[in-house]
Structures are given as structure tokens and as C-alpha cells.
Design a protein around this ligand. Sequence first.
Ligand SMILES: Cc1cc2nc3c(=O)[nH]c(=O)nc-3n(C[C@H](O)[C@H](O)[C@H](O)COP(=O)(O)OP(=O)(O)OC[C@H]3O[C@@H](n4cnc5c(N)ncnc54)[C@H](O)[C@@H]3O)c2cc1C
Length: 307
Amino acid sequence: MEQKAEKIQRPIVQALDEILGTPLKVLDDGFVRVIDYMGSDESVVQAARVSYGKGTKKVNEDRGLIRYLLRHAHTTPFEMCEIKLHVRVPMDCWRQWIRHRMANINEYSTRYSLAIDASQKTAPAEWRLQSKDNKQGSEGFADATLGSALTQREQELQDLARAVYNERVERGIAREQARKDLPLSTYTEAYWKVDLHNLLHFLSLRMDDHAQFEIRSYANVIGHEIVRRWCPIVWEAFIDYRLRGSAITRLEIDIIRAIQTGNAEKAREVAVKYGLLPPPGQEIKRNREREDLEAKLALLNIPIPWK
Ligand SMILES: Cc1cc2nc3c(=O)[nH]c(=O)nc-3n(C[C@H](O)[C@H](O)[C@H](O)COP(=O)(O)OP(=O)(O)OC[C@H]3O[C@@H](n4cnc5c(N)ncnc54)[C@H](O)[C@@H]3O)c2cc1C
């Protein structure tokens, strides 16, 4: 049967068009800017309705459908939207960024061109101290005297590395080798294209408190400034279910039920049964699963029976 041609309008998102090409500043000299996009909230709905074989529905039903899809991890409709960003990022941060494999990337070549003459600088008040509890994290800041000294040393190091690099290039050394001692603070640039499903995955990991401050800064700009404009209904659902929502595990359900009986002893017994607490009398050591539960109890204003 011959298919009739149907007039189709490309989705245009006015709010995103307004910032197309505008660099949104991140860190001291980085940015993110939108180069192009495909799709909108509507495209997610459209894709879902093709698979469900339903006709056009009203906006409030669209919102309900998007929220349902995200809540129940029906992810493919979100892959119908794509966005292409131009990013300028320090190399150490970029190294974390490109672990996200489900994106298309073209990075500035320091074999082909001179390395970008900019390095991320740390202000005296920005030196973070090593966390005592979390080996991967930081807590608090160095005092002003130490901060100033570290910032000065950073400047000396970056200046020396750049001078050595320039000297090698001037003496005819290939750019691919001359670059080898440039610090990880050196900025790189890339085009990063990703679909909305994988972008939300990136944001859920990189906007999280566990992510390093630098990449979190980029993720916050991409989320709050870009995705919020591009797909506001998806963004709202993402905040509700992924970013600010929380899943409760089978163990947690059993422990919370025991807490709700009002019998703290019973709740502790269940926690011991599941290995979240040691048997009575033994020292309580660090346990990540218990800490996750404690965070959820705090969120729900439920007193922690073993504290
Ligand atoms: C706080 C934090 C700390 C980290 N610490 C470390 C560390 O110490 N060392 C380290 O090496 N990394 C570390 N990482 C990186 C982390 O392990 C992941 O590599 C990174 O977050 C990318 O996540 P992903 O693989 O889920 O996402 P993506 O690569 O974006 O992939 C998205 C999803 O696609 C699917 N997928 C992609 N590729 C495949 C595949 N080949 N096979 C099957 N499914 C696939 C998976 O479902 C995946 O979740 C850390 C990340 C975070 C957020």
C-alpha cells in the first residue's frame, strides 16, 4: 500500500535556540555551548506513541506519559533526542568525562595544532583538603596562607611547563611529542554528541555529590542551563525520580518495616541479619550499604535505631 506524504514540522525549542552557540562559563576558563540538537519533549512522546500505536494526545497526557516512561525506565524514547555540545574542559576532568562511552566525540588535536594556551588555575581559597572518610573525596579547604602558597607554586609549574613546551616546538620537535609534559590542568576542547537517555545517565552520575567538583560543575550547567530549556518535562521528571528520588531495596524495606513497629531492637536484629550491623557487642565498622540506608532514613525523617 502506498504511504501518503505527511507534512512534518521539525521540533524547534525556542528556549534552547536562544542560547544556541552561547558559551556558558564553567570553572575559570571552561565553557559548554550548544551547537545543535534534534528533538524535544514532544519527540519522546511521539516515539513512545509509535511503539504503543496511539494517536496524538494532550499536553497533560504527554507529561504523564514522559513521567511514566522515566519512572519505569522505558528508555528508548529518550534516545530519539540528541544534542551536540562544544566543551572546553581541563584534561583531568575530560579524562573522567570520556569514560561515558555512549557519546560521539571529536577532540581538539594537539598532534595537529598547538596545545591550547590555557590551564585551569586554582584560587587560594579553592584548595580542597583530602577527606578522612572518603578516599575518593575532599572535605574543607586549605587555610589562606597555604592556599596562597599553593596557587603561586601552581602558577610557576604551569609557566615552566608551557615554556618547555614552546621551546620544544620552536626547536622543531613534533607537536605530538612536545606536548608530553603539559599538565593535566591544560584545557582541551571537543564536540560531544549524546542522546538524551545517555545524557541523563551522565548527569545522574556527574551531578551527584560523589562526583568531583570540576566535572560536577560542568554537569550542573548542562543539566540546569541546557536540558532544562531543551526538554523541560523530561528534566522535571529526571529531578523527581533520578536526581532527588531514591529507590528502596528489599533489605531496606524489611528494616524500615521493623522500625515502624516501634521496636528498635527488632530493627537492629534485621540489620544484623542482613550484615548491615555487626552482632551486638561488636564494634560498628564502616558499611556502605548501611550508610546508604542511613541517608535514606535521614531524608524521610526516620530516626536511626542504632544511633
Ligand atoms: C563518582 C565516580 C567515581 C568513579 N571512580 C572510578 C575509578 O576509581 N576508576 C575508574 O576506572 N572509573 C571510575 N569511575 C568511572 C565509572 O566506573 C564509569 O566508567 C563511568 O561513570 C561511566 O559510566 P557508565 O559505564 O555507566 O556509562 P557510559 O559509558 O556512559 O554508558 C552508559 C550505559 O551504557 C551501557 N554500556 C556502555 N558500554 C557498554 C558495554 N561495553 N557493555 C555493556 N553495556 C554498556 C551501560 O548500561 C552503561 O551504564 C567513576 C565514576 C564516578 C561517577
